[in-house]
Design a protein around this ligand. Sequence first.
Ligand SMILES: [Zn+2]
Length: 360
Amino acid sequence: MDTPHAGSNLTGLRDHNTALVLSLLRAAPQGSSRVELAAGTGLTPQAIGKIVARLLAAALVEEDGRGASTGGKPRTLLRLRPAAGFAVGVELDRHRTTVLLVDLCGGIRHRATAPTGLADAPPRQTVELIAALVREVAATAPAGADLLGVGVGCRGPLDHAHGVLHRPAGLASWDRFPLREALAEQLAPWPVRLDKDTNTAALACAGPGHTAYLHFGDGLGAALLLNGALHRGARTNAGEFGHQVVQLDGPPCSCGSRGCLEALCLAAVATGDHRAAARLLAVGAANLVQLLDVDRVLLGGPVVFAHPELYPAEIADGLAARLPDREWQQVPVSLTPAGPAAVALGAAELALGPLFGRRD
Ligand SMILES: [Zn+2]
């Protein structure tokens, strides 16, 4: 099978205006006319004409059908070609690795999983396993397709800028491990990016406004999309939501502290009491909403998706009860629309995003 190219056809199409046009086309799967693109970007019809000609020549978009006539001649609709490029998204969990081939429109084209994760093998061995899965999945892309890169969502704490893990709880062998560099060596020439699993999951549901994404699996974390952009903080480690202390002298937590929200939620889940876990999560969500005044709270992670009705309902109730003016402070709580694959899907977005002007 042919190995996909490393984004070679697409690298010439990364100027700001082209990214703007591509992002509008991505957001309009039903198609968009040149007139609509000019209105949406503020560019002149001539500029749009030139950009579209280049995108057609690169087979990144196609002319597809005709829109409704507005009295004059019918408008030709342009659509992004999903199969014009791909990225690979990886979710690296404690005991599982999931690898997806994702097309330009965020569609999942192929999936591979292994019952091995961070806690099951030494770092070098795990890196080789991930690289083998990535190659296997990349090889399912159509012959000659562009592969824009590989994104990895991994539990934190980690340094996104340098691609290094920092003291992940219970995973001593991974402390200071340069995961991004180790994977990039294996997967050259494909670029590799690494981020916290919470952040990649949030990227999979990025939209306008302020969003808090809460992720509950074998740990508890959050990601913050402020004004639609990921907020990473000074060391790129923002969002350690699970380690807010909510019970002084409470039970010990994997982080070394006591009474963390994560420790209390995991203890509730261990006894099978998901309602209690959800009520605790609502306390944390209320703290976050009071601090940041977000528009919405999205939920994800394996524990939440195993109880997809209980968690949103309990957290919405608990949150509303803790906000001083619930008429005014209406903050909807729902499952992430990206679904259970959000971490790996959003990891692919780390590689796809720049083509559409995202700089997360
Ligand atoms: Zn803790």
